[in-house]
Design a protein around this ligand. Sequence first.
Ligand SMILES: N[C@@H](CCC(=O)N[C@@H](CS)C(=O)NCC(=O)O)C(=O)O
Length: 117
Amino acid sequence: MNIHDVIRNQITSHPVVLYMKGTPQFPQCGFSHNAVQLLRACGVKEFFAVNVLEDPAIRQGIKEFSNWPTIPQLYVRGQFIGGSDIMTEMYQKGELQALLKDLAVSQEAPAPTPSAR
Ligand SMILES: N[C@@H](CCC(=O)N[C@@H](CS)C(=O)NCC(=O)O)C(=O)O
């Protein structure tokens, strides 16, 4: 599998994928931090995050795949949405919330079923 196949597999296996620097818990770039904050502000608590700093091939490959020169990069339902600036603009217009509306809850872990006693 080449790197573009790996990326294609990631974006089709997960409804929300963020290619970022660092992790959601410890972003290592202000733009990536902003992207994480915006996803959380839209109610998306869990998403598939790819730390490009851990994998130079992904870091380069995602730029080619999306034809977009920078990180972070957001994919929703397999579709490239944009980076931090585009996410911010969409959020300010309410578009990011609308895009992620159905995914905000569905990605949370289901509440544990109370055990019968
Ligand atoms: N305007 C960009 C800002 C992101 C940006 O400039 N990222 C830079 C610095 S973190 C980057 O990815 N540079 C290429 C690289 O580090 O591989 C956005 O909206 O996402």
